[in-house]
Design a protein around this ligand. Structure first.
Ligand SMILES: [Zn+2]
Length: 230
């Protein structure tokens, strides 16, 4: 796939648009005069004008009317949601993967709309993508109180001039930009089980080791003592 870049320039000008036919985000650099009518806004879906008749660095998309409020942050937010929606597993901060079979965007939950709701066969994981506004304390508290696990992906300080393939890796396979809000006294079932299994194996190992050590060392002094008594 070609490399796409976001540019942090004036909010009315974007370097990312959506191709009408492939439905994917595309960088203005990949647009040529023949297909310049094929792009719409990632946010509002309206037709975009491609401004190509300028130097390579300043090529951009722009709206034909001033009715769209999209910013570079909005487009980053949308792109991250699409990356997650188009895949089926995501790495959690503890390094384990959460596999999901259903993705719901902006689905209402309580009085909130988590950015993404991921469902595995037996577990729901919310995902919040932070680009400009931090997650509110009451929302965070509600996740905990209602025992809902939430993965926070914080892109507040993410370099805005980036490559979309790298963004995909960071979102799906990275750990650095992520943290978890665990539901009260309850972790993600996948990681929880895995940890439990590891703990159990360790415990079993120590148990067997301890028993062998006991068997090896313990009988000797008893025998010696018995011999001494004779
Ligand atoms: Zn728009």
């Amino acid at each position: 796939m070609a490399l796409f870049y976001y540019n942090y320039i004036m909010s009315a000008h974007f370097v990312l648009g959506r191709h009408k036919f492939t439905n994917g985000p595309i960088h203005i650099k990949s647009v040529n005069p023949e297909n310049k009518h094929d792009f719409i806004c990632l946010d509002c879906g309206k037709q975009l004008t491609c401004v190509l008749n300028v130097s390579a660095d300043t090529k951009h998309f722009k709206h034909r009317t001033l009715t769209c409020n999209a910013t570079s942050e909005t487009l980053l937010h949308i792109t991250v949601k699409e990356i997650i929606a188009q895949n089926s597993k995501i790495k959690l901060p503890d390094g384990l993967e959460f596999e999901y079979v259903e993705v719901l965007l902006e689905k209402k939950w309580d009085k909130y709309k988590p950015d993404i709701t991921l469902k595995s066969n037996d577990k729901t994981l919310f995902v919040e993508v932070i680009v400009s506004n931090p997650i509110s304390w009451d929302k965070e508290l509600t996740f905990s109180k209602k025992m809902q696990d939430c993965l926070i992906i914080d892109l507040s300080y993410y370099l805005r001039d980036f490559d979309v393939e790298q963004l995909k890796l960071d979102v799906l396979e990275g750990k650095d930009l992520k943290r978890m809000i665990y539901g009260f006294k309850k972790g993600i079932s996948h990681s929880k089980n895995a940890n439990d299994k590891t703990d159990l194996l360790k415990l079993l190992g120590f148990g067997i080791g301890g028993y062998l050590l006991y068997k090896y060392f313990q009988p000797t002094p008893i025998r010696k003592r018995k011999y001494r008594r004779r």
